[in-house]
Design a protein. Sequence first.
Length: 486
Amino acid sequence: MPELKMPEPLHVVGRSVQRSDAAAHVTGRTRYAGDYTFPGMLHLRMVRSPVHHAMIRAVDLSRAERVPGFVRALTWRDVPHNVYTILGLIGVEPEEEFVLAQDRVRYKGEPIVAIVAETEAAALEAVAQVRLDLEELPAVFDVEEALQPDAPIVTHWGSNAFMFEGHPCRRVRFGDVEAGFAQADHIVEAVYNSSPIEHAPTETTGCVAVPEADGRFTVYTNTQALYFSLDNTAIILQVAGKRLHFVGGTVGGGFGGKVDVIVEPIATLAAMKTGRPVRYVFSRSEEMQVSSTRSAWRIRIRDGVMRDGRIVARKVTSYADSGAYSRQTPYALTKHAANAAGPYAIPNVSIDAYCVFTNRTPSSAMRGFGVTMASYAIEVQMDRIAERVGVDPWTIRFVNAYRNGDMKPHRKLAEDATLIETMQAAAALVGHELTDEQRAMTSAPRSPGPEGSPGGEAAAAGSRAAGAPASAGAPAAPASTAEGVL
């Protein structure tokens, strides 16, 4: 046998290593997107809707044009491709967000006119002088109210629900959930709500667009998605991508809030129209009011539970408040639908996850979006189930934890499952005493047993180890349906 070579001593793993950018951060030498300045640089500020929903009758720029330092205004007529969707790059349809509002505003703070001026003060003064003639319309702010037949319509195509392959929700079907409810000893139901959450980055969203001598445009931006932003900007401005050079760098806080393509297209358009560098950086109030948030969610869970704590049916109906435009929320719903049953072996599952348009500020990505809210609702629900059947919260999770080889409701086999081992480690850290049987459990694949289901024997043993009777079984892919995530 050849001699095994020992690895070189580790210099990073297991050691405290200073970040490469730490010294610049603490000494104030880090250069952020808003720090770039160029000779002749102009400043862009936005005229925004003061109401949540309205028809635009007229926009009067005459007083703004007389402000000293005013250079020009941009309206929707100046934008080559004014209606887009951020996820269009990966085939999501329809195009539905307006770069600059055209005939209607759909949320408070929606941009209507971009003002370009010699100084930021002049730009702000010109914004204040723009006169809007708006006909206010009824607005809707609740996700379930928005889906009612008589609700005000937010979109320009006539539906407040995003369509997933012809359906108004992302669906998962696994087993027969109604049959599961019929056999259950307990029905546990609850509704979980969350509010929009602002990312509140230290550095606000912004960029500087600079015309170059060769006809290209260099954009210094704090986006979290550099090529995503470049490609969408090229589509909106109808220019070849090779004419755009996007420069990223340090992002002064993002957390998902800087993946939307909001400032780069209009700043680059202004640079094209004026032939001069243009700076467009959100004020703190803009960041708090009009940058995208984590979606508000409403999650309804109905569980069928046996006396021993086994969950035999789970029905989830979720509503994500997308706000006036979809942005990243349809993607979040797909992730949510795949995770809304939790890391548990449940033989009968039904999930309907709706992406709903309202007259709120558009929502988008934030730290595990879609999955985070599912986890919150599911784990509180697990505690409710434990209380109902009279076991402790640890036991209810050991009873239902999935193992390697279990089929998840969206038709993916569980691999590298570590819930049992994670709970064992967590119990040791917090000083919670597990039973000998719980300490002996593993996430190893279940073996076929006499109980009639793939994994019947191991599932029964696992339930007995967690303090439940021997009637537990692991879910196989049910023959009654062939649907995964739809």
